[in-house]
Write a protein that binds this ligand. Structure first.
Ligand SMILES: *Cc1c(COP(=O)(O)O)cnc(C)c1O
Length: 255
């Protein structure tokens, strides 16, 4: 498994480099967040040791279990929270996460701000936008995003660092790309408003099947699971209610 992970990471690095070349971007501007739902702790370590210490978790319990198992290597890893946040889990999320990608409602903003204040911390966050229009995806409606960001900046314990989206589950690649382009345009529009106290430097978008498109459209963080760790046994419907199974019939890169 160690060698497989290593080989997979090299492939992902090559795909990133090629995507960057197509749009004249610097591959060093792209951060890989390991999407590690269902991945065993030792495999997370293998990837971290190859230079990828940023780990994205979807579920609080799973994250806490792995953090405990990896406690002697804690300094090597940086935990990101990328899943849907239940408001009764906010407390726990702020204890381990260094960035939360999935802020998708005001209730969470208020609660997180309140808890952060209590413990004397701040948190880097991204606002999740539903660019695909699929009901099964969480996130703010694109037309509400600017107002949402404006409102969220009033909560000073949250450092808004950009936007996140989950691409359309489809092999209609032009449509998938449109969603990523929409997130970039939203980011630019928000930046142009010069709202105080925010830096919109990050676009967290792109997963195993679509990260090249996301990079071509400006992603700064790609969240990658299967391309590095292999297929998952647990269906994604466990993490995203409403989604049946592997949504893809093909990859947009012909191999
Ligand atoms: C699982 C997951 C990913 C990675 O998906 P892969 O297809 O395995 O690359 C990215 N983002 C989120 C929010 C996820 O839940």
């Amino acid at each position: 498994m160690k060698n497989t992970i290593k080989k997979n990471i090299r492939k992902v690095e090559n795909r990133i480099t090629q995507a960057c070349q197509r749009v004249k971007r610097d591959p060093r501007d792209i951060q890989i967040i390991l999407a590690v739902k269902t991945v065993k702790p030792e495999h997370i370590l293998t990837a971290a040791d190859l230079g990828y210490p940023m780990v994205g978790e979807n579920r609080v319990q799973e994250a806490r279990r792995k953090i405990k198992q990896l406690s002697d290597r804690a300094d090597k890893l940086e935990w990101h929270y990328i899943g849907h946040i239940q408001s009764n889990k906010v407390n726990k999320v702020i204890r381990f996460a260094s960035m939360v990608h999935s802020i998708d409602r005001m209730k969470i903003v208020r609660k997180m701000n309140h808890r952060l204040k209590k413990v004397g911390k701040t948190m880097d966050v991204l606002i999740q936008v539903n660019t695909s229009g699929e009901d099964s995806k969480y996130g703010i409606h694109p037309s509400d995003a600017i107002n949402f960001v404006r409102e969220a900046t009033k909560f000073k314990r949250l450092n808004i660092k950009g936007l996140m989206t989950i691409g359309l589950f489809s092999d209609n690649w032009p449509k998938v790309r449109e969603g990523f382009a929409q997130l970039r345009q939203l980011r630019d529009t928000i930046s142009d408003q010069n709202i105080p106290d925010i830096q919109m430097q990050h676009l967290s978008m792109g997963m195993t099947n679509d990260f090249e498109l996301a990079i071509e459209e400006g992603a700064t963080m790609v969240r990658i699971g299967r391309a590095i760790f292999g297929e998952r046994d647990t269906p994604d419907s466990y993490y995203w209610p409403g989604i049946d199974s592997a949504p893809y019939s093909s990859n947009h890169i012909s191999e």
